[in-house]
Write a protein that binds this ligand. Structure first.
Ligand code: HPA
Length: 277
């Protein structure tokens, strides 16, 4: 069940009472991408199930907890594990933690994910900064009665992923010789990987990468006026490009192999986002 605005505010009030921490930037860590947590000066770890009203992550690859602390001098609220539509949640439930972050005062969010490369010039192990997305097949978290205190009824979506900050991240990443692309992400519901025909369709529509999260989170954050950037790790070529079958083990393996350059990219993104917030 998704929460009303009043319920979300009382969730925030309860959270603040128990954890008096004022986060500046939110970070959402995707599958196998949570090694950065070891670099954080941690103040507190709060499993989602300890927060009344908060949906709980059911994915074995996702820890399902908030990490509050400081990274490179910035107060961060990290989601170590996110919620997905394929777990059975409604889009509104998936973005409950993002709304909580906004209500707690977060000004900018870095979304991260593992995804499949659709663009034939991309390679596994490389990164993509999301510059735009396609998620027309996916339920909007804005569906239903509008939460007027959070968003307008018909929010503009022309700069969901801050172009200015994304360009700065790209420039800094290139200086560090990180293999970074900039492209269009398409969200599918999952949990099955896409078919060959769906990947052909995604490419025809203009997608460079596909995954099972992120776009609806970004659209909610953008609608709430939170500056958002998104970093994807291309863990595999999408279905039908290579002979091999796709597996979640391979996704996690490549995510984990990208640990060092990914941490570098994330820290660049944090610095740039903080500077612009
Ligand atoms: N498709 C969808 N989600 C993914 C993929 C993919 O190929 N790789 C990692 N997450």
């Amino acid at each position: 069940m998704s929460l009303s605005y009043e319920e979300l505010v009382s969730l925030k009030d309860e959270f603040q009472k128990k954890h008096p921490f004022s986060p500046e930037i939110g970070i959402v860590l995707g599958s196998g991408l949570d090694s950065i947590v070891d670099q954080i000066e941690i103040e507190e770890i709060i499993p989602y199930q300890e927060i009344p009203g908060m949906p709980v992550s059911t994915n074995k690859m996702h820890k399902g907890q908030f990490v509050l602390g400081t990274l490179d001098g910035v107060k961060v609220m990290v989601m170590q594990g996110r919620l997905h539509l394929y777990e059975g949640y409604e889009a509104k439930e998936v973005v409950t933690p993002h709304i909580l972050m906004k209500l707690l005062g977060v000004k900018g969010v870095i979304l991260t994910n593992a995804c499949g490369a659709v663009n034939l010039s991309y390679h596994p192990g490389e990164f993509m900064l999301i510059e735009d997305h396609i998620c027309f097949e996916v339920e909007s978290p804005l569906k239903g009665p509008n939460m007027d205190m959070l968003t307008t009824r018909f929010p503009d979506m022309s700069d969901i992923y801050s172009k200015e900050i994304t360009n700065c991240i790209e420039k800094e990443a290139k200086k560090e010789s990180l293999p970074v692309h900039k492209g269009v992400f398409m969200q599918f519901v999952g949990p099955q990987f896409e078919t060959k025909a769906e990947i052909k369709m995604a490419r025809t529509l203009g997608a460079d990468a596909v995954g099972m999260s992120t776009a609806i989170e970004a659209l909610m954050l953008s609608a709430m006026g939170v500056k958002t950037v998104a970093l994807s790790v291309l863990t595999n070529m999408a279905c039908g490009i290579l002979e091999e079958k796709l597996s979640d083990e391979d996704v996690i393996r490549i995510s984990k192999q990208s640990k060092e350059p990914f941490e570098k990219l994330l820290r660049i993104a944090l610095k740039e986002l903080k500077q612009h917030c």
